[in-house]
Design a protein around this ligand. Structure first.
Ligand code: SAM
Ligand code: SF4
Length: 325
């Protein structure tokens, strides 16, 4: 599918739950949130049906996200069935990895292609501060196990002023001896993230070059999305940057997002979208779902409006744990 700006749309991010076992300071309040009622959340069968309809339109990559996807019961069975859907070439998972070690064998058996692990620090105390949890050792163990299983692993870090600045270089070092990609994602002014100060891409880049040597732009293809990648002398893995704010990543946007309640969002920052759950539960067939997806693609804006006009107040009300990142 092509959108109104000529971008090819071939990637669907699917949030399978709004629940999470962590409370990251930029994402979920410590007291938790009111979860969506069970009946509001798509069943995994309904979600798989939407993935299949999207595949008939040229979507060939599915990212499973959340909340924390690994807290959703039946996740590995779902991943297996999505992976077997005609037209789907890759199924990847974004996870905080606290439960990944428990599910790794099942996920590999189900055919998962890549795991993206969110990790903002290599210090157990900072981890506890950022996430409100003691799961740090489990995350490290999960990373080791995923690498040992020869899974493609990407580590995603959100640098935040005054919180994990000292972790940028140590996290990048995870790419030195293994093919693991380490990516730095600029904090977006969404939800609780709007109350914190991002570290701009240029500063993260400079810190890395000072510590590791020159970062050379890598032209090859790596991954599904808007990250730009760099090679570092002596490093097996690449360093990536996803700059939502400094360098709007919208020009290369190839994605749609499906929330856990079945709302199809053509843009992370926009409230516009299509209620696919109403179509699925109203008895809509595959063609009706496909038609709604086609319409959603026509609604894709050219770019996000972070830091423009009164956009920020609106974005503060958004929740990444509902949108899926
Ligand atoms: N729980 C899973 C995890 O943490 O990987 C998947 C869902 S989480 C919402 C997906 C990604 O969104 C994580 O990498 C997280 O760091 C990122 N994220 C959450 N809030 C953000 C914000 N305000 N700006 C940038 N990234 C954010
Ligand atoms: Fe949970 Fe992921 Fe949000 Fe952290 S970023 S609270 S792990 S959904």
């Amino acid at each position: 599918m092509r959108d109104g700006f000529g971008r090819t749309i071939d990637y669907l991010r699917v949030s399978v739950t709004d629940k999470c076992n962590l409370r990251c300071i930029y994402c979920m309040p410590p007291e938790g949130v009111e979860w969506m009622p069970h009946s509001e959340v798509l069943t995994l069968e309904e979600t798989q049906g939407i993935c299949a309809a999207a595949a008939t339109l040229g979507v060939n990559k599915i990212k499973v996200t959340g909340g924390e996807p690994l807290v959703r019961r039946g996740l590995t069975t779902f991943i297996r069935s999505v992976k077997r859907t005609p037209g789907i070439e890759s199924v990847t998972l974004t996870t905080n990895a606290v439960l990944l070690d428990d599910f790794l064998d099942e996920l590999v058996d189900a055919g998962i292609d890549t795991v993206n692990i969110s990790l903002d620090t290599l210090d157990a105390d900072v981890f506890r501060y950022i996430t409100g949890s003691d799961g740090f050792e489990k995350v490290l163990r999960s990373i080791d196990m995923a690498r040992a299983a020869r899974l493609a692993v990407k580590i995603n870090c959100v640098p935040i002023r005054g919180i994990n600045e000292g972790d940028i270089v140590p996290l990048a070092e995870l790419a030195r001896h293994e093919k693991t990609a380490v990516r730095f994602i600029e904090l977006m002014p969404l939800g609780l993230g709007a109350n914190l100060t991002p570290i701009p891409h240029a500063e993260t880049f400079e810190r890395l070059e000072r510590a590791l040597g020159i970062l050379r732009a890598f032209d090859g293809r790596l991954g599904n999305g808007p990250a730009s990648y760099y090679s570092v002398e002596g490093f097996a893995g690449k360093i990536g940057f996803i700059s939502a704010v400094s360098h709007s990543f919208c020009g290369a946007c190839n994605r749609l997002r499906l929330t856990g309640t079945g709302f199809l969002k053509p843009c992370l920052a926009s409230d516009v979208g299509i209620d696919l759950k109403a179509i699925v539960r109203g008895g809509g067939d595959d063609e009706a779902i496909a038609e709604a997806i086609r319409v959603a693609v026509t609604l894709k804006p050219m770019r996000h409006d972070f830091y423009q006009g009164n956009g920020n107040n609106r974005h503060k009300k958004k929740n990444m744990f509902r949108i899926g990142g």
